[in-house]
Design a protein around this ligand. Sequence first.
Ligand code: G3H
Ligand code: 13P
Ligand code: ZN
Length: 317
Amino acid sequence: MALVSTKEILDKAMRSGYGVGAYNVNNMEQIQAIMLAAKDTQSPVIIQASRGALKYSSFIYLSYLMKAAIIDNPDIPIAMHLDHGNSLQSVIEAINLGFSSVMIDGSLLEDGKTPSTYDYNVKVTREVVDYAHKRNISVEAEIGTLGGVEDGVGSHSGKAKLTDPNEAKRFVCETGVDSLAISIGTSHGAYKFQGESKLAFDVLQDVRSLINIPIVLHGSSSVPKCLVDKVNQYGGKLSGATGVPMESIQKAIQFGVSKINVDTDGRLAMTASIRKFFAEHPEKFDPRDYLSVARADLAKLISYKMKDFKTAGHSND
Ligand code: G3H
Ligand code: 13P
Ligand code: ZN
């Protein structure tokens, strides 16, 4: 079986200087698309489920679909990761479902919205590390707060608090986490920047020089114009949607980011395909017809990302 921890995947990526995408999943077609891309490009992969995704699938369904991907792809290293765990309880639930890796996002309080204090973050992260490490589960934490509140995760104010590099160093020492998400100007969702995209690469470089564990970038979707245009062409309304250009993600990887979180781009790819399908085939109503088109288009998108992040070819590292 190819289930591994994110620590195993990310430590290798950090040493060799490539990025690994962590792709959010909610259903079978998304998981199959990601695995098709991973097989096609020979890439290790992190499939991640948010609390919302687990709830949507009554927990058990999604975890078994992820396990099916592992059985179906014995040659691909796969990590099953909990995205944005909000408490020790949510982490325990994921570990009981068979996840190999968890995130505890103590940058926000348990509501997933209110920015917390440094002390709160250290306390909840340490509890999770103590619990998870005893069971060989790797732990990602977050320091600094991402802007934006799209999709239910992000600070109430919508304002980002960029990571303080010295605080990041202290946090890693005080918690013993395996990887660290930092805030350098990205945000969740399809509306990341008003005007030009700007990331604080200086903060990233400072953090990289002070800590020696993999760095994680949330809110890393590129919101490709071609996908936004396709959604709008077939009746969608996404005006002013923008993301992080791929060149910026590649620069972030060069400067030391190892895990790149992508959810929004996958949503856009599937929505664009399904909208086009219905516009062109109003007579169709079998879910397999439109979901198979959406699955194929998502697989193509993820394959491109695996190549652009330089994950491709590393499944046997
Ligand atoms: O980081 C947030 C992810 O995009 C998950 O979003 O909570 O709507 O599943 P969700
Ligand atoms: P995007 O909204 O940019 O895809 O970010 C997803 C994410 O960070 C999941 O944790
Ligand atoms: Zn996130």
